[in-house]
Write a protein that binds this ligand. Structure first.
Ligand code: 26W
Length: 750
């Protein structure tokens, strides 16, 4: 449902191996090439990591010459544009199509009809089977727009196919002629709202009717098109799994399981058992989060009203699945209720996906283990063969070649350019950890990137930052589990220490944040305000004298990531262990020579395995410890408040008016959430205070290591050299071999 592609121009030029030529020609025309790239609106058709991962995967699929489509929605408005006003996030519409659609090609000839609501009546056919007659439904047309995804140095150009909605009346005027005036207007209304906007709540599902309509809309359109094309070429549907594989990106497209059943059974007249067998061979499901708020569950009332035939099919899938559970576990009502696809008045989409797929994967080793042993344990017990891990990756074409030309050139000058299609080749840099000349130049590219960023910060915010300070960056969606709050508390603690001891021996540090909060997420929005209040306090304090600076960068998006990440020294990956499925920002920072400070969570665990413990800063609770403490309820944040002076000082600043002179209670909800619990949550649900001490100590080690320029440079280079595993090329090879059984197709040009 999301593809967070970022801008196309530079990426397409790079993948065609025409970047320098394009640049030159543009400059010859008297146009500033960078200005031209920046003129392209960043298509923000995703929330965060999940959408960006899908975009990296498309780049890898084309580069590896795998035939593939990305299938999604052409939202007219992407993720909102974030403004900061008086320290608060304000959302503005993101009209990315304002200046026209540069890359999309409308394919009217592939438009299909999508039906919602109405009544479904079974009618027995002469052969004894049932036909399902739909009446009184509303329908809209789905029209695809195709975006090109060229591979690097290959002739493969895959397609990102985004479906837009259009009113049926512009296709046929029948209902007008029949005099059904109000129905026609309703359908026009549906068509104009359906693909209007991306839901901007990351890891939090609100169960909105329009979202379910969006899901069914693009799934039905995709499946209709796929089966049309398949049946033009083949008549035996048993061949479908050999020709088509669907990878369901989280629960968002999982209505595909039921829609495929509907099309096979109702439209193509297959028997249920044959259709089910095919469906399971065709579908696979990737889980991207263990946050329970993000698992989609739809109220039966809504689901059955909007998708009456689909609901009948889901009920039948559920009936058969529960029958299987009874043969396995006997008539154990609790077990069956826990695992049922339809229960407690809801349709559970994750369970539908698991039952209707041949593969279920997590996105980092530790995440997959948690799925198997905790979250989805019951399903792992009955379908152990379905579960597998596919550790995420990122494309080095965008996240090094495009975003960091200085480092790219230095690497290519040293070991050649084969890393662009085989990232493991970066290991060839390892011998240079002992080469002073190489290291000097390596660190100089970092310094140049920091200067560029400093200048940008100056023009955007008016704050001057020192390019020789440590650039410490945390950029990702704002969520309590990602613990931007822990970062802020460390900054406040440093501030407090400098105030009591201005001679304190610490290196200058620039703390940079970028994060969008879901518009309705109160705590997250309050944390944004807090970061900005701390920035005001710290940046303007004479005693601090610029030794720490705090920046909140407005409207963090893919293009801003491409500027920030190459300039980072320290990468903040500090989620509560067990909560971040993988993280992919961590990989982008590593690839650009930043050192990670992080918990043993998500892909950090595998980064540690690659670089070794001397080249990463690990702190805090392990996932097992955090899970255990959450379960046994033994954690008492007050105990920490009582014995830890620094914690107490920082917490007190949330309520004593230092940060909010006009309203001492401004941050009280944060204070309460940490010490007493808020809105039904446990006190300090994400163990911020628990991990504070360990985080602060580890940050001191970061400071200490940076003092030794040579040791730092070596570790940074080891991070670059060891990032090969985290190429999305590696990830895609694994999906292709282990899940899809997909073969490369070389495109030859005459
Ligand atoms: C609108 C509701 C919603 C709910 C969940 C939108 C998006 C989600 C995603 C599941 C959230 C997401 O992006 N998850 C992230 O997926 C990345 C790619 O696998 C992981 O690296 C991140 O750890 C995970 O948070």
């Amino acid at each position: 449902m999301e593809f967070l592609t970022g801008r196309f121009l530079g990426n397409i030029a790079i993948n065609m191996k025409k970047y320098d030529a394009v640049r030159e020609v543009i400059e010859e025309l008297g146009i500033d090439y960078n200005e031209l790239e920046n003129a392209e609106k960043d298509p923000g058709l995703g929330n965060g990591g999940l959408g960006r991962l899908a975009a990296c995967f498309l780049d890898s699929l084309s580069t590896l010459q795998y035939p593939a489509y990305g299938c999604g929605i052409r939202y007219h408005y992407g993720i909102f544009e974030q403004r900061i006003e008086n320290g608060y996030q304000v959302e503005k519409p993101d009209n990315w199509l304002e200046n026209g659609d540069i890359w999309g090609v409308k394919r009217q000839e592939y438009a299909v009809e999508i039906k919602f609501g109405g009544r479904v009546t079974p009618v027995r056919k002469p052969d004894g089977n049932f036909k399902f007659i739909a009446e009184n439904y509303q329908s809209v047309m789905a029209v695809p727009y195709d975006y090109p995804i060229p591979g690097y140095g290959t002739n493969t150009v895959n397609t990102l196919r985004l479906w837009d909605s259009a009113a049926k009346n512009s296709f046929d005027l029948q209902s007008f002629n029949k005099g059904d005036y109000s129905k026609s207007l309703e359908e026009q209304n549906l068509a104009s709202t359906l693909t209007e906007v991306l839901y901007p709540a990351d890891e939090f599902i609100s169960g909105k009717e329009l979202r379910l309509k969006q899901q069914y809309f693009f799934i039905s359109a995709t499946l209709q098109r796929v089966l049309n094309r398949f049946s033009e070429m083949h008549s035996d549907f048993n061949m479908l799994p050999d020709k088509v594989q669907f990878q369901l990106n989280d629960t968002h497209p999982t209505v595909a399981v039921a829609e495929l059943m509907r099309l096979l059974v109702d439209e193509y007249n297959l028997q249920w058992n044959d259709a089910w067998d095919i469906t399971r061979k065709v579908c696979s499901y990737t889980n991207h989060t263990i946050m329970s708020e993000a698992l989609e569950k739809w109220p039966i009332e809504l689901f059955s009203r909007l998708l009456p035939r689909i609901y009948m099919i889901v009920e039948e899938i559920n009936r058969r699945f529960c029958a299987l559970l009874i043969t396995r576990f006997g008539d154990d009502p609790i077990k069956i209720r826990n695992m049922a696809i339809v229960a407690d008045g809801q349709v559970r989409m994750a369970y539908l996906a698991i039952v209707g797929s041949h593969s279920v994967n997590g996105v980092a080793a530790i995440h997959t283990e948690i799925l198997k042993n905790q979250e989805l344990r019951d399903f792992y017990d009955i379908y152990p063969e379905k579960f597998n891990n596919k550790t995420n990756g990122i494309t080095q074409r965008r996240w090094l070649a495009h975003c960091n030309p200085l480092l790219s050139k230095h690497i290519t000058d040293t070991i050649g350019d084969t890393w662009i299609t085989d990232l493991s080749k970066l290991e060839g840099l390892l011998p240079y950890t002992e080469d002073a000349v190489f290291l000097d130049k390596f660190m100089d590219t970092k310094r140049q990137n920091k200067i560029v960023l400093s200048n940008y910060i100056m023009t955007k915010t008016g704050v001057s930052v020192d390019p020789d300070s440590i650039f410490d960056i945390q950029v990702k969606r704002l969520h309590e589990y990602k613990r931007q709050l822990l970062n802020v508390f460390h900054i406040l603690d440093l501030y407090n220490q400098l105030k009591t001891n201005p001679a304190l021996d610490i290196l200058p540090r620039t703390f940079i944040f970028g994060a969008k909060s879901a518009a309705s997420y109160r705590m997250a929005k309050l944390i944004i305000k807090l970061i900005n209040s701390v920035a005001d306090l710290v940046n303007n304090d004479k005693v601090i004298d610029g030794r720490i600076k705090v920046l909140f960068m407005e409207n963090y998006n893919v293009s801003m990531a491409e500027m920030l990440i190459p300039a980072a020294d320290v990468s903040e990956q500090i989620s509560t262990a067990g909560k971040e499925a993988s993280g992919t920002g961590n990989m982008k920072f590593m690839l650009n020579g930043a050192l990670t400070i992080g918990t043993l969570d998500g892909a950090n665990v595998e980064i540690l395995e690659e670089v070794g413990k001397d080249n990463i800063f690990i702190f805090g609770l392990t996932a097992d410890e955090a899970i255990k403490m959450a379960r046994d309820g033994s954690y008492a944040p007050w105990d920490i408040y009582n014995i830890n002076h620094s914690v107490r000082a920082v917490l007190t600043q949330l309520i004593n008016g230092v940060l909010s002179p006009d309203d001492h209670y401004l941050f009280k909800d944060l204070y309460d959430a940490l010490l007493s619990g808020w809105g039904g949550a446990r006190a300090d649900e994400y163990f911020v205070l628990k991990d504070f001490d360990s985080y602060v100590k580890t940050q001191k080690m970061v400071n200490g290591k940076y003092k030794n320029k040579n040791a730092w440079a070596k570790s940074a280079l080891i991070n670059v050299a060891k990032s090969g595993k985290f190429s999305s090329d590696r990830t895609i090879e694994q999906y292709a071999k282990e899940i899809w059984d997909l073969k490369k197709v070389e495109i030859k040009m005459q």
